[in-house]
Design a protein around this ligand. Structure first.
Ligand SMILES: Cc1c2[nH]c(c1CCC(=O)O)Cc1[nH]c(c(CCC(=O)O)c1C)Cc1[nH]c(c(CCC(=O)O)c1C)Cc1[nH]c(c(C)c1CCC(=O)O)C2
Length: 346
């Protein structure tokens, strides 16, 4: 039994007393308590791969910030790694893959997709089990994975990019290879997410962080069918699809069998509600930069966002992950404002 199950009720469209609130990338980054754990280790990956410590930093924002959900501390890049593309997390630079997939030869060198997820990613499911034991039902625990398109971006490009032109190049020069790789990623992602649910994740979020580099037709061809396979396979818990920058495909995303659609801060909540209707919960979407403003402005701008909601079907969040140098006190003001806001749509 979960004591505070607001998040799950909001995702399913059930009655709520107030809007639930959590932050993407709340585990880590902004908390000095996170950095203390992180700095005692050799690096980010050691933290990700040590279940007791991953559980500890997962729970920190619940204790210190008062969010209505925990999200398991891990990374979307554990999936390509399990498939045979090892990554390094380079300080101040981000992810780096020594081996990328650019040809059929590269594809055949990858691991078979029918490996046992517990074998290669058991540290994540173990972290989920430990977290739930320690949370003791206080709030739900969110599991997650990258969308196949976003994982494809890292596996082909090898690192972050503004344009992901290497990834997009493949869509034109070798679409067959692209689809093969996307299908492989999808297969592993489905097994991985099922393992997270079996271990105790109460909800799943799929991050399509690089949706915005694709045009509408390409999104429909290279991302949406794979998201569809995922939502159709994860049936036991609510699923959120967050496709950053996918303005022109939002209706198609909402038409998939998901519970919640994540919105980035450029998306207009009112407008999207008109198009999506009452059958989906919307998550988001305060500009993460609002948290650099004064406490008074954080409060006012959060209230202004809440005033645009015309439904109970909302989960409050930022429009993307919280930025690393944000003052945790501003995050607390954001959370407090949401908690004190009187909801009109019960
Ligand atoms: C694109 C992406 C990645 N990882 C993730 C995404 C999708 C979300 C998004 O769009 O922001 C998802 C992610 N990464 C991390 C989480 C933990 C849970 C949470 O708090 O939300 C989650 C959900 C931890 C992390 N992942 C990373 C850190 C920082 C590393 C550190 O502590 O040294 C954390 C806490 C590193 C990471 N991991 C990634 C990058 C580009 C980087 C480097 C830059 C950055 O910090 O964002 C890939």
């Amino acid at each position: 039994m979960i004591q505070n199950d607001l998040l799950l009720r909001a995702a399913k469209g059930e009655a709520i007393e107030r809007y639930p609130v959590w932050l993407m990338r709340q585990a880590g980054r902004i908390l000095p308590e996170y950095r203390a754990v992180r700095n005692s280790l050799s690096g980010f990956k050691e933290l990700v791969e040590t279940p007791e410590l991953a559980a500890e930093v997962t729970i920190q924002p619940v204790d210190l910030l008062g969010v209505d959900a925990a999200i398991i501390f891990s990374d979307i890049l554990v999936v390509p790694e399990a498939m045979g593309c090892e990554y390094q997390m380079i300080e101040k630079k981000g992810p780096w893959f020594e081996n990328t997939v650019k040809s059929t030869d590269d594809l055949v060198k990858l691991a078979e997709t029918d490996f046992d997820v517990e074998d290669r990613l058991g540290y994540v499911t173990e972290a989920i089990r430990i977290t739930n034991k320690e949370l003791n039902g206080r709030v739900p625990l969110i599991g997650f994975a990258g969308a196949p398109w976003t994982i494809f971006c890292y596996m082909t490009e090898g690192h972050g990019s503004k344009t992901f032109s290497e990834a997009r190049k493949l869509l034109y020069t070798n679409p067959t290879l692209a689809h093969e790789l996307l299908q492989r990623i999808t297969k592993v992602t489905v097994s991985y997410l099922k393992a997270q649910v079996a271990a105790g994740a109460h909800m799943i979020q799929v991050f399509d962080s690089w949706a915005g580099v694709l045009g509408h037709a390409q999104y429909l061809e290279f991302s949406l069918p794979y998201l569809q396979q995922i939502v159709d396979a994860i049936t036991d818990v609510p699923v959120t699809l967050f496709s950053k920058g996918a303005y022109t495909s939002l209706q198609n995303i909402a038409d998939l069998n998901c519970n919640t659609v994540g919105l980035d801060w450029n998306m207009d909540v009112k407008d999207i509600r008109v198009h999506v209707g009452e059958n989906r919960t919307l998550q988001g979407n305060l500009d993460p930069c609002v948290l650099y403003a004064s406490h008074k402005d954080v409060e006012n701008l959060t209230k202004s966002m809440l005033d645009t909601f015309t439904s109970k079907r909302h989960i409050v969040n930022l429009g993307h992950g919280v930025y690393p140098d944000v003052d945790p006190e501003k995050v607390k003001t954001f959370i407090k404002t949401v908690k004190n806001y009187e909801i009109q749509y019960k």
